[in-house]
Design a protein around this ligand. Structure first.
Ligand SMILES: [Zn+2]
Length: 501
């Protein structure tokens, strides 16, 4: 939307802000002491204390304005990000943001305008894929020091354009907009900034847990489903509506919008599960009820098995994606044909994507180099969901189904370990090794140590790495502590070489 829509109320708000800032340090000190208050509605009260422990995580403020017509959608945005260097032995000369819409596999267009660091304008550099934006820091950032970055940006999505899984797209009046803002990459001690650009299949995004304070202005008749919780919604009186959304302790902010969506919601263990679906599609009501039922049961199962989901809301969204399902923090999508079928595979996808809230969203991992860490566990989690629903025989049948698929594959093609990067697997091998053989690694651990002991180890792993990033050596050392030091032999056999942590 053009700037002329900035109305009087907004100007008055800016004036009030300017007055508040000029009132002196007292005002700022008070507001900074209470910085977590804004985010509380998005977390269950038992987890409010987690925010102070993560006070130095990246803090994003996003102001996004969507303009959409039949041919394209354009998002004009302003981001401010407070970044704190948490790498003990590193002094940073640069910051790296990722512009994921520019990857070929996303098929969008993202441009960044003026960028300031600590109030000074800087000239960023873009790589050949236009997805890695490197910002020079006016002065090096030592351990524990913070810096404020401001970026203006514009994202364009062309209607009808589909790349890879159509995960970033504008199809059938549905906008899918994950990572549609400059997202800080991960600084890894010893390796530097993560700048992976290959995305032949699987997931592309690796990021750190942060805080998102988002103002999103959309056409008044478009519905929004997003990471986090909507705090307020305001009709601007000009055909637009502004949502204020808080998404604390999340490693990405994803949003989806459509004028078609209806919503069905219910509570599970204090979490509001919301299903967003197109009511004009076949069996829409029945399938939405199924989506709600399965997702609630999956949340209940994983809360008990692994530890609690801390967020106040989980959104399930029907989109025209080509991946069956795709996970994001606090929200996931299921492909329309899968949703419409309303069958066992729909339940499978819902249970798999819900499990990613524990494995990927809460316990993070590099999905390009170590896809097994979230995918194999999400697949094994589905078997646990089936066990909770239908009992032991159904659980064994679920594992047998993985075993059948894996065996069928290795009768024709070479066997591989599950712990390789996506790029090390020929096209289909990625699916058969990571998604079919992967959960059998956990079945082998259950055979060796007992299912209850394995669940105990997974609970310890979740508790230790919730909101953090885990590497293979981390899960190995957690399992060594929880199960037995001899577990490294099973890791070597199934996962491959894991560096000693
Ligand atoms: Zn998955």
């Amino acid at each position: 939307m053009p700037r002329r829509y900035l109305h009087r109320a907004a100007l008055l708000a800016l004036l009030a802000l300017a007055l508040a800032l000029s009132a002196g340090a007292g005002v700022r000190a008070q507001s900074s002491a209470d910085w977590t208050a804004l985010y509380r509605p998005a977390l269950l009260p038992d987890f409010w204390g987690d925010m102070e422990a993560w006070a130095d995580a990246p803090r994003y403020t996003l102001d996004l304005m969507l303009a959409v017509n039949a041919e394209e959608a354009v998002i004009g945005g302003q981001a401010t990000v407070r970044y704190t260097n948490r790498a003990p032995s590193a002094t940073l000369e640069t910051l790296v943001f990722r512009l994921y819409p520019n990857l070929d596999s996303f098929g969008g267009e993202m441009t960044v305008g003026r960028v300031t660091v600590a109030g000074q304008t800087v000239t960023p550099q873009l790589d050949a894929t236009r997805s890695v934006l490197t910002l020079p820091l006016p002065r090096p950032l030592g351990y524990g020091e913070s810096v404020d970055v401001a970026l203006s940006f514009r994202v364009r999505v062309v209607a009808g354009r589909e790349r890879l899984y159509a995960q970033f797209s504008y199809l059938d009046e549905v906008l899918a907009l994950p990572n549609a803002y400059p997202l800080l990459s991960v600084y890894e001690a010893g390796a530097g900034w993560w700048e992976e650009v290959a995305h032949p299949q699987g997931d592309a995004v690796f990021s750190e847990t942060g805080f998102y304070d988002v103002r999103l202005t959309v056409p008044a008749d478009w519905q929004v489903a997003a990471s986090g919780t909507t705090l307020t919604e305001r009709d601007n009186g000009d055909g637009t509506r502004t949502l204020h959304i808080a998404a604390p302790l999340m490693r990405e902010f994803a949003w989806f919008a459509s004028p078609r969506y209806a919503t069905l919601s219910a509570e599970q263990d204090g979490v509001t599960v919301r299903c967003h679906y197109d009511p004009a599609r076949p069996q829409a009501e029945t399938n939405a009820e199924m989506a709600l039922r399965v997702t609630r049961e999956a949340v209940r199962t994983y809360n008990r098995a692994f530890g609690r989901y801390p967020f106040a809301e989980l959104d399930v969204v029907q989109t025209p994606n080509r991946a069956a399902g795709i996970e994001y923090p606090g929200v996931f999508v299921v492909a329309s044909p899968v949703w419409d079928a309303g069958d066992d595979f729909f339940a499978f996808v819902l249970a798999h994507e819900t499990a990613h809230q524990w494995w990927y969203s809460l316990v993070g991992n590099d999905p390009v180099r170590t896809p097994w860490m979230d995918e194999a566990l999400a697949q094994f989690s589905v078997a646990l969901y089936i066990r909770a629903q239908e009992g032991e025989a159904a659980y064994q049948a679920a594992l047998e189904s993985y075993r059948r698929e894996y065996t069928r594959y290795i009768e024709q093609y070479p066997d591989q370990v599950i712990g390789l990067p996506v790029s090390a697997y020929p096209q289909d091998a990625y699916f058969f090794m990571v998604y079919q053989k992967g959960p059998l690694f956990y079945a082998a651990l259950a055979d060796e140590y007992g299912l209850e002991a394995l669940l105990g180890a997974l609970r310890d792993y979740f508790a230790a790495y919730r909101y953090r990033i885990a590497y293979p050596e981390d899960i190995l050392s957690e399992f060594e502590r929880s199960l037995d030091y001899g577990v490294d032999a099973l890791f070597a056999e199934w996962v491959g070489v894991v560096p000693v942590g």
